[in-house]
Design a protein around this ligand. Structure first.
Ligand code: AMP
Ligand code: TRP
Length: 326
């Protein structure tokens, strides 16, 4: 069975963007592939965090993954910082990656743009991500389009290492979802809905209350046409709502367009809110049962034991190849 691996950063509360662009893909493929899902918490400290909040979010995120349909019997679920080998491998890979290629990462350029003191970790972060992937002989990496460049970097580093030291790493492939590749911010529909955006009005969190969801969707930015039609370029707000509705109703954008062709924006938004609320209700229910349960700790303990053993074998192989042994 091919192995699939992905991680969702605990940099903020999970949003419907994380669900549609990230988690749902993993759910879809969990029967087809051997699946590893982890919390890349070490990536999160590349920008300042409140330690207490970060700590609490880690478990909350895991509970949400499972509530969203990640089946602990079919997936290996773990926390990155509980396995010390990620950082070990990252170091070796950093010594085999170039300043030039790391400097080309668009996410780094964006994130560091307005920073006075840029943490070195923010710059090397894609190489830690390469380590996350290469440590486990991953075949496929399901990610949103914004992470594709990082997976390509992992491919380049793996290939280079293999050529230099002999076959060591599997060269991974990114898996990008087609229809829900990018969910936009409701207030600012030309920007990605991101769990780390300050203004929360444009973001729907998985744990938002019904009232909050209704309000956020009602005040979503649209346009002055007042007809529902998919046109990402000229009608980004409406197109985004169409995509969201189609996802939660498990249908296509074309069908939704047809369904709402005579509706005004107010009615359409009401229906979108209803679809999102209905879609999130069972997730919230499951989450509440899990968050303080012993079951959650057991899942994470098992995940840690399993990946530690795999990672240890891989890092030993790597250290031998580069001459790091007695
Ligand atoms: P993030 O939530 O930004 O840490 O991203 C976690 C994963 O979910 C990555 O694979 C992202 O590409 C994906 N993702 C996050 N937000 C969105 C979004 N608004 N639309 C599509 N995919 C997203
Ligand atoms: N960098 C990814 C993000 O910000 C998270 C991540 C870290 C990841 N390591 C990974 C995703 C390995 C897939 C595979 O979304």
């Amino acid at each position: 069975m091919k192995r699939m691996l992905t991680g969702l950063q605990p940099s903020g509360e999970l949003t419907i963007g994380s669900l549609m662009g990230g988690i749902s893909q993993s759910v879809q493929y969990q029967d087809e592939y051997e699946s590893f899902i982890f919390v890349p918490d070490m990536h999160t400290i590349t920008v300042p965090q409140d330690p207490k909040e970060l700590h609490e979010r880690i478990k909350r995120n895991v509970a949400l993954y499972i509530a969203c349909g990640i089946d602990p019997d079919k997936n290996t679920i773990y926390i990155q910082s509980e396995n010390f080998y990620h950082a070990n491998l990252a170091w070796v890979l950093e010594c085999n990656a170039y300043m030039g290629e790391a400097s080309r990462m668009t996410q780094y350029k964006e994130k560091s743009q307005n920073m006075k003191n840029i943490p070195v970790g923010l710059f090397t972060y894609p190489i830690l991500m390469a380590a996350d992937i290469l440590l486990y002989d991953t075949d496929y990496v399901p990610v949103g389009i914004d992470q594709k460049q990082h997976v390509e970097l992992a491919r380049d580093i793996a290939t280079r290492f293999n050529n230099k030291y002999g076959e060591t790493f599997k060269v991974p492939e990114p898996m990008i979802p087609k229809t829900t590749a990018k969910i936009m911010d409701l207030q600012n529909p030309t920007k990605k809905m991101s769990k780390s955006t300050q203004n929360q009005k444009g973001i729907i969190y998985l744990l938002d209350t019904e009232e909050v969801i209704r309000k956020k969707i009602a005040s979503a930015t649209t346009d002055s046409d007042n007809f529902v039609k998919y046109d990402a370029e000229n009608k980004p707000g409406i197109s985004n709502l169409l995509t969201i509705y189609a996802y939660f109703k498990k249908t296509t954008v074309e069908e939704v367009e047809e369904h709402f062709k005579d509706s005004n924006y107010k009615d359409f938004k009401g229906e979108v809110a209803k679809a999102v609320i209905e879609g999130l209700a069972p997730i919230k229910e499951k989450y509440k049962k899990l968050i303080n349960s012993e079951k959650l700790d057991k899942i994470l303990d098992e995940g840690r034991e399993k990946v530690n053993a795999l990672a240890e074998a891989k890092i030993k192989e790597v250290y031998h190849k580069v001459g790091l042994f007695r």
